[in-house]
Ligand binder design. Structure first.
Ligand code: PLP
Length: 274
């Protein structure tokens, strides 16, 4: 059979499944499709969760994780891989062993859910630092993750920059430390690579945490990289996309908002009586 060269843009998410569909691979896939790439998924872990809390998690069997990545590699020319919830060190190691040497990898170092459930254990966190962060084209920590991983207490713009530099020193090609709810420079993200830094400003919203915001941002970045945009353009476009998804986020339950990656085409999901 003649092999057909695929010229479409593919991005792949390696992450946890979220039953509420507001984060994890479900959010990643929606985001990738909305950003114009064909999204592929590798389930690294299962979670049981709803709008309020995570109640249970389990990593998948390591053999099955490797088979999923192998199946994708055999058929698809993946322009960018994105990692999210990886659960433990065995999964982190298996991901690192399975990804091609030249893979473009966006590492979203998911540690704890907004509802405070640990999604990567401590040895998994150490393995992430040893194996995946040094290979990352970009790492996308929020302030809490950047502090916990680097050991640098982030209290102001200066310590935020020190944490960003720490990731570059670890071998990551670029990093974006997300400002989110920072009491200093609120809502401003700090991007850095070996050519210097760039601040990303976005609309600041009054909501508290929006479920799936980190997954949506890292998947949008991975999508634009897969489409061929340079890194700085990819993060700028992703920031714009995420601001829209946050602006039109859903309040399915009072005070519990979920990102809307389909904001350009469907702003409400209201049941229509036809
Ligand atoms: N569940 C899964 C499977 C995730 O991958 C993530 C984040 O990456 C979360 C939950 C946490 O989402 P949030 O902190 O936005 O609630």
């Amino acid at each position: 059979m003649t092999a057909v060269k695929n010229t479409k843009a593919f991005a792949a998410s390696i992450a946890g499944s979220d039953t509420s569909s507001g984060a994890g691979v479900q959010m990643d896939l929606r985001t990738m499709n909305a950003c114009g790439v064909w999204g592929l998924t590798v389930i690294a872990a299962l979670t049981a969760q709803n709008a309020n809390h995570v109640t249970d998690t389990s990593p998948v069997n390591v053999g099955l994780l490797k088979s999923q990545i192998k199946a994708i590699k055999e058929d698809f020319d993946v322009g960018c891989w994105k990692t999210g919830m990886l659960c433990d060190s065995k999964i982190v190691r298996a991901v690192s062993e399975s990804l091609p040497n030249n893979a473009k990898i966006v590492v979203d170092p998911v540690l704890i859910s907004t509802s405070n459930y640990r999604l990567l254990d401590k040895s998994g966190q150490d393995m992430l630092c040893a194996e995946l962060i040094p290979r990352a084209l970009m790492v996308t920590p929020n302030l809490m993750e950047a502090s916990a991983i680097s050991g640098i207490k982030i209290t102001d713009a200066e310590s935020m920059e020190q944490a960003a530099v720490w990731f570059l020193d670890m071998g990551a090609k670029s990093v974006i430390v997300k400002g989110g709810h920072a009491h200093f420079r609120r809502g401003v993200d700090l991007y850095a690579d070996n050519n210097g830094k760039m601040l990303l400003n976005g609309e600041v919203f009054e909501f508290s945490d929006v479920h799936g915001s980190g997954c949506c941002f890292s998947s949008a970045i991975a999508s634009y990289i897969a489409l061929g945009y340079p890194l700085r353009e990819s993060v700028s476009k992703a920031k714009e996309f995420v601001c829209g998804a946050m602006k039109y986020s859903f309040e399915f339950f009072p005070e519990r908002r979920t990102m809307n990656p389909n904001w350009q085409t469907n702003k409400d999901f209201v049941k229509r009586i036809l």
